[in-house]
Design a protein around this ligand. Structure first.
Ligand SMILES: [Zn+2]
Length: 388
């Protein structure tokens, strides 16, 4: 397949030839008769969603405003009630959301999947089935996520091990101090589990200020001890936006050395890991949706172009280099953070890319047009918001 009449980030003509699902050739002018006329659209790599909770979504269900709060534990308890009352299966709700995400241009996803004594591994079973169904259109990785707590919920660790045996790739964690009240206990357990399974980790850390920063240092210690460099992600890490510059500098250097990546959903109401200084230190910072239209909040629509926009909006960015950094958080950085192989727009990479009706990456980010053609493994799979 030859896709021609496209433009690169600098506005220059570019064409792309795909063979066997991979990019065979990319350049300003490729020989041969084009199969698809790009109509002068902007060529971009497909989006990577590094942090979502597909199993919790109420996507396509009747409108439900948030009724939970104010404490984290209230949200967790409320979610158990809401999800237990659902009669539409997880696979249907999550499947609708996957379809929407693909139409927006996302072809790889890491989803946390709840594991807890009240639900066992039922969410994992549903997500593994869904992964089979969507395998040719979206790459899916899973994290065994102890949403209701780990040490404070006896039985959860065994269920997480069961989830890993079933085919979940990554060990999850949740606020070792705030939720379990035993940071070393939780970290020892989950890092031990990761070593047993030869897996990486992805830890939700909402704890703020000094308590959060102290746990990041502990996570770095455990990463170093277990030799898990490049296999650990810390999700949220609000605390990094709250600590003094010199402390951020020291922790940032450590994260870069150990290749521990950071994920932010770029929330408006709290601080986030400072994207520019951390990137300059060599830390991989990516952005993700987190919950989409679930019992925590009806906010979110699965569009990674919008999520990257939230990063730019958070900092009131306006320069092209800044918009490209925001987009990187939803593309290259997200791919690196979840260890996605063969990602990019170079020969040999998997041919997952977008043709967006925009002048430049910055223009795409600011307007977030739905006029996007989505190519997955060399094949056109969605066009202007519709699945083909
Ligand atoms: Zn999350």
């Amino acid at each position: 397949m030859l896709y021609s009449n496209l433009r690169d980030a600098k506005g220059q003509p570019i064409a792309i030839r795909c063979d066997g699902g991979r990019i065979a050739e990319i350049g300003p002018a490729l020989s041969g008769t084009p199969d698809v006329d790009g109509g002068g659209r902007l060529l971009m790599p497909a989006f990577v969603e590094p942090h979502v909770h597909l199993d919790k979504t109420l996507y396509g269900q009747p409108w439900m405003a948030s009724t939970a709060g104010p404490a984290l534990r209230d949200y967790i308890d409320n979610e158990r009630r809401v999800l237990a009352a659902q009669t539409t299966p997880i696979s249907v709700r999550a499947g609708r959301l996957l379809e929407r995400m693909l139409c927006y241009g996302t072809t790889a996803i890491r989803s946390h999947v709840d594991v807890a004594p009240d639900i066992g591994v039922t969410h994992v079973e549903a997500m593994l089935e869904l992964r089979e169904i969507w395998a040719d259109r979206i790459d899916m990785q899973f994290v065994a996520f102890p949403q209701t707590g780990l040490l404070c919920r006896p039985g959860t660790a065994d269920l997480m091990r069961q989830a890993m045996q079933m085919g979940v790739e990554t060990v999850g964690g949740l606020d070792p101090a705030w939720i379990d009240g035993d940071p070393d206990g939780q970290l020892r357990l989950i890092f031990g589990m990761a070593e047993d399974f030869g897996a990486g980790l992805d830890i939700h850390l909402h704890d703020k200020g000094e308590l959060g920063a102290w746990q990041i240092d502990r996570i770095a210690d455990y990463t170093e001890g277990a030799g898990l460099q490049g296999r650990v992600m810390i999700s949220h890490a609000y605390c990094l936006g709250m600590i003094p510059e010199r402390q951020l500098e020291r922790i940032g250097r450590r994260l870069a050395d150990l290749r521990i990546s950071l994920m932010t959903s770029a929330p408006a109401e709290t601080s986030i890991p400072p994207v520019e200084p951390l990137t300059a230190m060599g830390v991989t910072v990516c952005c993700g949706s987190d919950g989409i239209r679930d019992s925590w909040s009806p906010l979110g629509n699965g569009d990674m172009l919008e999520r990257a926009f939230f990063v730019a909006y958070k900092y009131d960015w306006g320069r092209d280099a800044e918009f490209e950094l925001a987009l990187n958080c939803a593309t290259h950085n997200a791919a690196r953070a979840i260890g996605l192989a063969g990602y990019g727009l170079a020969p040999g990479d998997r041919a997952d890319f977008l043709m967006v009706d925009a002048e430049t990456p910055g223009d795409a980010l600011c307007r977030r047009p739905l006029a996007r053609r989505v190519v997955r493994a060399g094949r056109l799979v969605a066009e202007d918001g519709r699945l083909l």
